[in-house]
Design a protein around this ligand. Structure first.
Ligand code: 5GP
Ligand code: MG
Length: 201
């Protein structure tokens, strides 16, 4: 058995005992490993090399990462963009809906103060689900007159969606399932996990 799988199972056991007091919440025992660290590193390395080649003739690339979910992916990705200098910026988004308040209402924080005029911008997020987040952020970025704008995500869910524009750079395509780890949370937990886990059926 791969050592990471053994380690992952140990973490699952620990997390299960850790989360015992709130039985209504999901614990790591409700998830199974989907992509292990080595696999993620290999894909992100390949994606970084592709982006590097695509922007090699430009003087710099401005990454705009969507916190908090994109934090580990953006950090890994920018270190694999070796042929063009990177400027790192971040914004934060949150959507109300899970708590039953006004579904689809997206709040974007931190974009106002960014000057992106004339910049080659790469918007980086953790996952493309309905596509509403990226679509709305892209629209606001375009209003700032960048030289170009594209998007990169760690995960893209294969599902029908009304948003037509999909990210140019995708590390993994997955089924329409709930995932955690490597930045992705369940109620602010599990972002620190090095692997990506999927909820068991
Ligand atoms: P979208 O706007 O594309 O529907 O969703 C984007 C955001 O929803 C992501 O940045 C992420 O915060 C959250 N999200 C969507 N699917 C998942 C998932 O499977 N797991 C987790 N942890 N978050 C998700
Ligand atoms: Mg997010």
């Amino acid at each position: 058995m791969n050592s990471r799988v053994i380690l992952a199972s140990l973490i699952a056991f620990q997390a299960t005992s850790y989360c015992m007091e709130d039985k209504s919440d999901l614990t790591l025992e409700d998830f199974k490993p989907l992509f292990l660290r080595e696999h993620i590193t290999a894909r992100v390395t390949g994606l970084g090399a592709r982006i590097s080649n695509d922007y090699v003739r430009h003087d710099r690339l401005t990454i705009v990462a969507i916190m908090k979910g994109a934090f580990p992916f953006a950090a890994d990705l920018m270190r694999k963009i070796e042929k063009v200098p990177v400027v790192f910026e971040y914004i934060q988004t949150s959507s109300y809906g899970q708590n039953g308040t006004e579904p689809g209402k997206l709040t974007i924080v931190g974009l106002d103060k960014l000057n992106l005029e004339g910049q080659h911008v790469l918007l980086v997020d953790d996952i493309f689900d309905t596509g509403e987040t990226i679509s709305k952020v892209l629209a606001q970025i375009r209003a700032k007159k960048p030289a170009s704008v594209r998007s990169a995500v760690l995960l893209l869910k294969n599902k029908p969606r009304s948003v037509k524009e999909v990210p140019e750079y995708v590390a993994f395509q997955i089924e329409d399932q709930f995932v955690i780890g490597n930045g992705l949370d369940y109620k602010e937990k599990f972002r620190e996990l090095p692997d990506i886990w999927v909820k068991k059926d």
